[in-house]
Ligand binder design. Structure first.
Ligand code: COA
Length: 261
């Protein structure tokens, strides 16, 4: 696997690739180089059969990702700002549309681009110490890596507007109440819990997992009809070897042995 300047990667025996954002001196803030490294690692992981799930987390106890790198983006103008947001959206869409499950294990501050990164993953588990927020209005900008869209999808319009308009941080219990995260766990159990959640998904039929992700994403894609995507996906599952195995294993009262074919 490639070595990165700003990311640590580790592939475990179950096929879970842990990607650790690793710029602790800047609370793991996302500079352009890190966004490009993310694009590279997600693309490579999607293509690599040995990788079955992706887990994103931040280096150190304090931050998941404290936002886009403020020092770096402070010189943007209209033209470069458009490119900056467009590219970030493109890269985060790779995570959202990854056919393998992606999970953000949020170990601390998830602000701005950090909150947006977590929201681009399929699942979010927060340490009880985690804090979320979209504080861009403090800087005279708005979320540009998909945050206005995904926060609204996850928590609804009223709460999303309050979070983005006030720039207030949301603590872990409130994030759970809002539906921004799936689970809150003690910080010391974050990785173990997150891994066990992914491992549970990895016992399921991989093609079915992939098609659930694709069909749910279609809800938010105005260019696609979600019901058509669902029916097509259902049909594809029915043609799979795993669909021969799943019902057979049930009737034989044994765990299914899925192959992803
Ligand atoms: N971009 C660049 N550098 C950042 C950063 C960011 N988004 N967030 C934190 N850092 C850097 C700080 O500049 C500081 O660097 P220094 O030690 O060289 O001075 C270092 O990380 C530690 O941050 P610091 O602010 O000293 O920690 P803190 O515990 O006092 O505060 C935060 C933590 C997260 C509340 C604060 O860092 C913060 O508000 N960060 C910006 C959040 C933000 O607006 N993100 C959205 C950007 S669109």
């Amino acid at each position: 696997m490639t070595t990165y300047a700003n990311l640590l990667t580790n592939l475990d025996a179950d096929g879970i690739l842990t990607i650790t954002l690793n710029r602790p001196q800047a609370l793991n803030a996302l500079n352009v180089a890190t966004v490009e490294e993310l694009a590279d690692v997600v693309r490579a992981a999607t293509a690599d059969a040995a990788v079955r799930a992706l887990l994103l987390t931040g280096s150190g106890p304090k931050a998941f990702v404290a936002g886009a790198d403020i020092a770096e983006f402070s010189q943007l103008d209209a033209a470069t700002g458009r490119t900056f947001a467009g590219r970030g959206q493109e890269v985060f869409a790779l995570l959202e549309n990854c056919p393998k499950p992606t999970l953000a294990a949020v170990n601390g501050f998830a602000l701005g681009g950090g909150c947006e990164l977590a929201m681009a993953c399929h699942l979010r588990v927060a340490a009880d110490s985690a804090r979320f927020g979209q504080p861009e209005v403090n800087l005279g900008i708005i979320p540009g890596y998909g945050g206005t869209q995904r926060l609204t999808q996850l928590v609804g319009k009223g709460r999303a507007l309050e979070v983005m308009l006030t720039a207030d941080m949301v603590n872990a219990p409130d994030a759970l109440r809002y539906g921004l995260v799936n689970h809150v766990v003690p910080a010391e159990q974050l990785l173990e819990f997150s891994t066990s959640l992914l491992k549970k998904i990895l016992t399921k039929a991989p093609l079915a997992v992939r098609y659930v992700i694709e069909s749910v994403n279609a809800v938010f894609d105005e260019k696609r009809d979600g019901y058509t995507v669902e029916a097509d996906s259902f049909a594809a599952c029915c043609a799979s070897e795993d669909f021969r195995e799943g019902p057979k294993a049930f009737l034989e009262k044994r765990p299914a042995q899925f192959t992803g074919k």
